[in-house]
Design a protein around this ligand. Structure first.
Ligand code: AMP
Length: 143
């Protein structure tokens, strides 16, 4: 059973961050340029204090709030973030994300951002694990 730390080793550590003082437009540009679906907003000490995802942008558009250059990130980011630990297990995080209906999990150690794991990363890891288990079972049956 894999842990988030192993996924980060494959994916690479770090996450796209934007300062709290930035505009929503700056966060959208950061997402677009880095080809990611979310940005983290760190405090001065580096701890994540907010997250903004594509889903938030879609909701703002639906609500007609689209003056992104003049909208401050701190007013629109999600602040009650659920954080993951490097030792958290893939299947546990998948269950949590499904129950809570979000697709991004910042991984934090000692208050510092180690990386960001998406639902896609978790599904990929789970599929690989399942394929390995199936192969081991096939070998066991035929040996
Ligand atoms: P997502 O499905 O990840 O695009 O996000 C759906 C909603 O959950 C958005 O409002 C996000 O800001 C929020 N969200 C995403 N990740 C987290 C997280 N780890 N903890 C709390 N809220 C989150």
């Amino acid at each position: 059973m894999k842990a988030l730390t192993e996924l980060l080793e494959n994916k690479g550590k770090g996450a796209v961050t934007v300062p709290e003082s930035a505009s929503v437009a700056a966060a959208i540009r950061a997402m677009y340029e880095s080809r990611v679906g979310s940005v983290l907003i760190p405090s001065a000490s580096g701890t994540p204090v907010g997250i903004l995802t594509e889903r938030d942008i879609m909701r703002l558009c639906a609500e007609g709030k689209t003056d992104f250059e003049h909208m401050m990130l701190k007013d629109y980011m999600t602040t009650n973030i659920i954080l993951g630990k490097p030792e958290d297990r893939v299947h546990e995080v998948l269950i949590l994300m499904t129950e809570k209906r979000f697709r991004h999990m910042p991984v934090v150690k000692d208050g510092q951002i180690l990386g960001l794991i998406s639902m896609g990363d978790l599904v990929k890891a789970k599929l690989e694990e399942t394929a390995q288990e199936a192969q081991a079972l096939r070998e066991y049956i035929t040996s």
